[in-house]
Design a protein around this ligand. Structure first.
Ligand SMILES: CC(C)NC(=O)n1c(-c2ccccc2)cc2c1CN(S(=O)(=O)c1cccs1)CC2
Length: 233
């Protein structure tokens, strides 16, 4: 069984991504707002809109610090952000949802999300995803890398130079594979399970698109940033 060694360069590379990930987080008080007194469906929806909007803002900031991203073709940078925004927000939601909260808070949070005007049919896959991410007990380095790998996905729509994106994604996959072996030595399939979550994320894109159409039916308003990143209105 070969010893897993993370080189100094990989450690430095990892720290750039982890540091950017930790610096660009949604202020936890926004999630706290979801836990306060009883809200109506409209107020819950507005809160989620506010959270999702601030998530997109931190996503853009985080992405700019992923090594090599800013050297990509500018149109490809936009294509990667638009192509990964929904998946990154589901990943972040799952991490927020499964993070340690005072007992009872997770249930209240789930209650508020369930009462926000989202159709029942999307709740199951959404909460299922949150649960399966929670069960992985990812360390923060794995969370940061998995988010960066999701953003640096070469086969997003409209990406022209896919090889350039592959070249940036590969070193992140290498480090993630080593981290998984180091942090989860008794689960040789852990890395494969993490990548499996990325496949499940793609199916959530589809559910999200359906959610949007159902919201627009009942005349729900989104912020200009969400409309732009989701290509709606
Ligand atoms: C952390 C942020 C990114 N999470 C978030 O905003 N959530 C959360 C959520 C999950 C766990 C903990 C805290 C919050 C649940 C949902 C959303 C947003 N979406 S949305 O983007 O489709 C939406 C936007 C506008 C109206 S609906 C609906 C479902």
């Amino acid at each position: 069984k070969e010893k897993v060694v993370i080189t100094k360069d990989q450690q430095a590379f990892m720290n750039v991504i982890l540091d950017a990930y930790n610096r660009h987080q949604i202020p936890p008080d926004v999630a706290k707002k979801l836990l306060q007194e009883q809200y109506s469906a409209e107020e819950n929806f507005l809160l989620l809109t506010e959270m999702a909007t601030s998530q997109v803002q931190v996503l853009v900031e985080f992405t700019k610090h992923i090594p090599g991203f800013l050297s990509l073709d500018h149109e490809d940078q936009i294509a990667l952000l638009k192509g990964s925004a929904v998946e990154a927000s589901f990943l972040r939601s799952a991490q927020v949802f499964s993070s340690k909260m005072p007992n009872g808070h997770t249930e209240v949070l789930e209650e508020r999300i369930r009462k926000s005007g989202i159709s029942e049919e999307f709740m199951t896959p959404m909460f299922n995803f949150y649960k399966t991410i929670g069960e992985l007990h990812m360390v923060e380095e794995e969370q940061a890398l998995l988010t960066a790998i999701t953003i640096m996905t070469p086969d997003r729509p409209y990406v022209k130079d896919q090889q350039a994106v592959e070249r940036l994604q590969e070193p992140m996959l290498d480090v993630l594979r080593k981290l998984c072996a180091l942090h989860h030595p008794h689960e040789p399939q852990y890395f494969a399970r993490l990548l499996g979550r990325l496949t499940e994320l793609r199916t959530l894109n589809h559910y999200h698109a359906e959610m949007l159409t159902s919201w627009r039916m009942n005349d729900h308003k989104f912020t200009p940033l969400l409309c732009e990143i989701w290509d709606v209105q």
